[in-house]
Design a protein around this ligand. Structure first.
Ligand code: CTP
Length: 426
């Protein structure tokens, strides 16, 4: 991991001197460190030391007119990838837990929208005090990562938990905090669209940088084709497979644009999502997202739309005849476009002769791969809406049949294959 921006808030404790070593280690690992020194911290280390080590301006006051004109304190709190409070004194933790903002450091902590890691260091009695225990619990409940302090002899002569962890351990905690949160399929299931992603503990996606610098376009979910202002034609696609693929591509470092039909799934971390309703909107969103290095079109796009009535169709006399009009074929259009991504992957949902239909589809659509799956089966046991997927990867080179796998693992395998394909010489 390199090149992250860390805002380091240095509290007033003897352990502040270790912040100097922390800055050195972080910079050695390619990160940029910008320091905010509290009034208490300034009794232990000087702005000059921090500026020299970080090679960045050091901020000490909320009322520094020059700083405020150049970069307001709100901006300072949001420019970083991670805010680290080290050492986090009992006083700083208490202010953070209470939402007090009476100096630059605490104001930044209240104003930030970035993850916060607090590294406590204090006297053992202060650490074990019921108030500090309560404050730490509150902060953890609010989503702040609070490291456990080390145990041992303290500068004040006492012994116990309260020592600042070693700088190497703090670097480890910082890099963990900067790693995209592990993503599990359950995170996106049943949650409102655009809800903040949660971290999970079951099967999570493994991060690697195989797709750094690549833009990958993914479509997912069904489309809804209106019949009149209150009715529409839909299909049973849940969007889970497409969302899992978008997530797997993002943790490999790709910039991912996810064009999503109407689904009740949360956006995977780090994915740019464009919500659409109809096939024609999806086609326009795909076009607008180009250029891309690869496209994975997982959406179950409706083949037809209805010449929709402007007013609700009333139940009067004979049932109405719906005039169906063919929708644009997004996959075929993209595959034959002058702006065609290097790799175009289609999906095929089939109920019979899965491989034969997929091979015909590969030729007809002009894409590079077809991921074919059997969607026969009763509702509940079917791939559509279910957690597992049994697929055949159909390419010009042949057919690979994968075992039945959770959709998240299908996503992982496919993302790895895409990374391999994009790193092969063109
Ligand atoms: N697809 C698309 N635009 C459409 C229809 C399908 O981009 N209007 C894409 C799907 O996202 C999928 C692939 O084409 O990647 C195959 O979808 P499928 O519905 O199986 O294919 P159809 O062309 O609709 O063929 P058929 O329904 O006859 O099997």
């Amino acid at each position: 991991m390199t090149g992250k921006r860390i805002l380091l808030i240095i509290g007033g404790g003897i352990a502040a001197y270790k912040a100097c070593e922390l800055i050195r280690l972080l910079r050695k690992r390619g990160h940029t460190v910008r320091c905010v020194l509290t009034a208490g911290g300034a009794h232990f280390v000087t702005p000059m030391t921090l500026a020299a080590l970080s090679e960045q301006p050091v901020h000490t006051s909320l009322w520094e007119l020059k700083d405020e004109i150049e970069m307001g304190h709100i901006e300072l709190s949001r420019q970083a990838d991670l805010v680290v409070v080290c050492p986090a004194t009992a006083d700083l933790l208490a202010k953070m837990a209470a939402g007090i903002a009476d100096d630059l450091a605490t104001t930044l902590l209240l104003a930030t929208d970035k993850p916060v890691l607090a590294v406590p260091a204090m006297n053992v009695r202060m650490w074990l005090h019921a108030t500090t225990r309560r404050n730490v619990e509150t902060l953890r409940g609010d989503g702040v990562t609070v490291m456990a302090p080390d145990e041992g002899a303290m500068a004040c002569g006492e012994f116990g938990p309260g020592r600042l962890p070693e700088p190497e351990a703090i670097v480890g905690a910082i890099e963990t905090a900067l790693t995209p949160s592990p993503f599990v399929l359950s995170d996106i299931e049943g949650r409102a669209a655009n809800a903040a992603p949660a971290t999970g503990t079951s099967t999570s996606l493994s991060a690697n940088g195989g797709l750094i610098g690549k833009h990958v376009l993914v479509t997912a979910g069904p489309t809804h084709e209106p019949i009149d202002p209150v009715r529409y034609i839909a299909n049973r696609s849940s969007g889970k497979q497409g969302f899992a693929i978008a997530a797997a591509l993002a943790v490999r470092g790709a910039r991912v644009t996810l064009v999503a039909g109407p689904v009740a799934l949360a956006t995977p971390p780090g994915v740019d999502r464009v919500d659409v309703e109809t096939a024609r909107e999806m086609a326009a969103a795909v076009d607008a997202a180009l250029p891309a290095d690869a496209a994975v079109l997982v959406a179950a796009v409706a083949d037809w739309h209805v010449e929709a009535a402007g007013l609700k169709i009333k139940k009067a006399g004979a049932p109405p005849a719906l005039a169906l009009v063919e929708n644009p074929d997004i996959l075929a259009t993209l595959s034959h476009s002058p702006r065609r991504p290097r790799l175009v992957v289609g999906f095929a949902a089939e109920t019979n002769d899965v491989v034969a239909h997929a091979q015909a589809k590969l030729a007809r659509k002009g894409c590079d791969w077809i991921v074919a799956n059997d969607v026969s089966g009763a509702r509940g046991q079917s791939v559509m809406g279910g957690a597992d997927n049994a697929i055949h990867l159909v390419t010009a080179d042949g057919v690979e049949t994968w075992p039945t796998l959770p959709k998240i693992e299908v996503a992982e395998r496919l993302a790895d294959r895409i990374a391999d394909a994009l790193t092969e010489p063109a």
